[in-house]
Design a protein around this ligand. Sequence first.
Ligand SMILES: Cc1cc2nc3c(=O)[nH]c(=O)nc-3n(C[C@H](O)[C@H](O)[C@H](O)COP(=O)(O)O)c2cc1C
Length: 412
Amino acid sequence: MTHVTAPSSFADPLSDADIVLIVSGGIACYKVCECVRLLKRAGSRVRVVMTEAACEFVTPLTFEALSGEKVHVGQFCDGIAHIDLARKADLMIVAPATANTLAKIAAGLADNLATSTVLAAACPVAVVPAMNVNMWRAAPTQRNIERLRQDGRLVWGPAAGELACGTSGEGRMIEPAQIVEYARSALSPKPLAGRSAIVTAGPTFEAIDPVRAVTNLSSGKQGYEVARALSSLGAEVTLISGPTALAAPLGVHRVDVRSACDMQSALESAASRIRSERGREVDLFVSVAAVCDWRIQNASESKLKKSEAGLPKLELTENPDILATFAAAHPQVVCVGFAAETENVAEHARVKLDKKHCAMIVGNDARKALGSENNALVFVTAAGVESLAEMSKAACARSIALRCATLLGAAR
Ligand SMILES: Cc1cc2nc3c(=O)[nH]c(=O)nc-3n(C[C@H](O)[C@H](O)[C@H](O)COP(=O)(O)O)c2cc1C
């Protein structure tokens, strides 16, 4: 069995990325400090440019301490900073983008370091609007946003909700974690553009009665990360999720289910919706869900009561094998399954590969993976077995998504 550590192609696109963060003068400046922290944690170099107005809200010292880099404010202070910053940048993010700075960028003005740097950009530029609802809705702002889109600028947000000015509505800056997620997606290559995928994730709940259920310890994290990774490679992803506490990854269409039988019908419905929308089968199905093998055959319609007659007698019946059934019925779809085992992971995964008609089985040690942030995977395909070193579930998901892209390339 070959054992390899994660090759660089599996790396987070944010690791080693050079990001120029342009901060303009809105109340959401304080939230952007968190963006710097998150981007740095993901391995990016973050260089911050602030407008004079932004310095009224947060000091350059804060960004300097968080980024570990000199912060640039004045146009005439650091040589030709706007060109130097732009030359090395992989991505520029204007956050918060005030109505004023948006307008200047849309008009192509370069009257301060922030706007000069944007105009000098050769990399993708994203604007993250943050303003009062009326400022956002104002016709000039909407014209400017339209113009920015036409110019190929990325517009992330805004969200709707409570605003700092005491009102509520559209105009609120999207959350720092979402900005980082968009940045990751913007920097990812898109080998799955035009492809569709369905992912199942989480546990299933098998009812005993209306208030009790049999379930398992799956958190759904690995499946959600797989959906996120496929989406960031450009796939259109439907995530069918058992009960979890997780938020749907951005851009992913989530369908919530409870039981294995619900999950199977949601899968067939999603596949037929995709077939009718695209005129062909879904390209990829990745089954990550920890589907309960059994359900309660004699589940009660009403809440079971404690009684002197003794314990309730629960009868189990087998749940459908969702993956094997789907793969057999849809031979054109590239199907990838998971094998969560407690011993002999690779051997069990190899047996599952043929039994479930899959292009790849991803084996993992259930005891290590459950509830953990990390996972160690074994990939089993017709070509052989390969095991990866332990890494974060997000990194595991990217390695899975890249392999799916290879399998789809081969199936083209
Ligand atoms: C307390 C306060 C909060 C502000 N918040 C915002 C805001 O969230 N969004 C916005 O577009 N403008 C906001 N402004 C107005 C901008 O600061 C102002 O338009 C400024 O000229 C923007 O300059 P800049 O785009 O160069 O940073 C705010 C002003 C003040 C005084």
